[in-house]
Design a binder for this molecule. Structure first.
Ligand SMILES: NC(=O)c1ccc[n+]([C@@H]2O[C@H](COP(=O)([O-])OP(=O)(O)OC[C@H]3O[C@@H](n4cnc5c(N)ncnc54)[C@H](OP(=O)(O)O)[C@@H]3O)[C@@H](O)[C@H]2O)c1
Length: 326
């Protein structure tokens, strides 16, 4: 089958179309004909050799896809050949076929195009896991989301709007801030215009937010802690701004705060199955009704993966960048 192969880690042009053997179907898995996949920030790191796939995962890039089931493993009862599917993957979607544990697969609703469905699993499950499960944002609560215009950010804003959670975002341009507000953010802060923490405190009437969803890391740690309400949680999902910083434990202790580190990709198949089930139970109807859908910046053919990676690296995009595979 055709796939994007990487002969040696490096810049965008190492992404080339090549021939690889198709994946082997396991007893608990679905074999999927991939129609679309989408980029995630982790793909840029993996391409450069900085983020190796977890043990047992495909060495190919691609953390999500939409497509049709071609075959089902002997232990799988709920799926059949021909079903339309969206899947969360530990890798392998930059290819014509991929296998996935049945617990990481979701029915593709009529409300979504192939491009939208292939861009949904990774960012929506990341936002859901970290805001609603690990972050346990209370009903009527509030959150701060960094990277409001990112794939994860645009998913998180929509989930919050649907759930009645007040959502404040940061982003790096007026255009992105405006689009975040249109999508449902109640406040949007330009991180280039001074410290964000005093603005979050002011926007919440001095209370602070219940959860901070943070992809920046070290550079934002002190301000993130200052933004949290009593019993608040900082969930760190990325380190765009560095891995190290000093922490004032007195603030954690006095305000009963928690700092949580989180990765989705390395979770067990059982954990992913529980996550997918819980996400679909809570937000499946809103997706099927068309109230929630991935925001697509641009669709590239698979062979143009280098240009797609360059666009993500530039951070000029809003939402998701999609690859059309077949
Ligand atoms: N832990 C997990 O399980 C998990 C899963 C998925 C994603 N993630 C992480 O979540 C983040 C978003 O992923 P994504 O795929 O949605 O990425 P994305 O669409 O590429 O968005 C990343 C955004 O971060 C902002 N950014 C870039 N450099 C920055 C900097 N130095 N300081 C502040 N903001 C910066 C940019 O927006 P501006 O133009 O506003 O700067 C950019 O659009 C990434 O850090 C990714 O690694 C983690």
């Amino acid at each position: 089958m055709k796939a994007i192969v990487i002969e040696a880690p490096g810049a965008e042009d190492v992404l080339r179309i090549g021939e690889v053997p198709p994946p082997e179907l396991g007893a608990s898995e679905l074999l999927i004909r991939v129609r679309t996949t989408a980029l995630n920030r982790a793909d840029l790191l993996q391409r450069q050799g900085l983020y190796p796939p977890p043990p047992g995962a495909s060495p190919l890039l691609g953390l999500e896809c939409a497509g049709e089931v071609i075959a089902v493993g002997s232990d799988v009862a709920a799926w059949s050949a021909g079903d339309r599917v969206m899947a969360l993957l530990a890798g392998g979607a930059y290819a014509e076929q991929v296998v996935v544990h049945h617990g990481s697969a979701m029915r593709m609703p009529e409300s979504l195009s192939w491009e939208e469905a292939g861009a949904l699993p990774e960012v929506f499950l990341t936002a859901y896991l970290n805001l609603f499960e690990l972050g346990a944002v209370p009903d009527g609560g509030s959150v701060l989301i960094h990277g409001g215009g990112s794939g994860v950010g645009t998913a998180a804003i929509q989930l919050c709007k649907e759930a009645g959670i007040r959502c404040i975002v940061t982003a790096g341009s007026e255009a992105k801030l405006a689009r975040c507000r249109e999508l449902g953010a109640s406040a949007a802060i330009d991180y280039n215009a001074g410290d964000f923490a005093p603005k979050v405190i002011e926007a919440t009437g001095k209370r602070g937010v219940d959860v901070v969803l943070d992809c920046v890391g070290g550079r934002y740690l002190a301000q993130n802690i200052d933004c949290l309400a009593l019993d608040g949680k900082l969930v760190v999902i990325g380190l765009i701004g560095g891995a190290k910083a000093e922490i004032n434990l007195a603030k954690l202790l006095m305000r009963r705060l928690q700092v949580i580190g989180s990765t989705l990709r390395t979770r067990s198949v059982e954990q992913k199955q529980a996550l997918v089930t819980s996400f679909v139970a809570r937000f499946g109807d809103a997706i099927a009704a068309g109230r929630i859908k991935p925001i697509i910046e641009k669709v590239f053919p698979l062979a143009e993966a280098p240009a797609a990676h360059r666009l993500m690296q530039s951070s000029a995009h809003f939402g998701k960048i999609v690859l059309r595979v077949s």
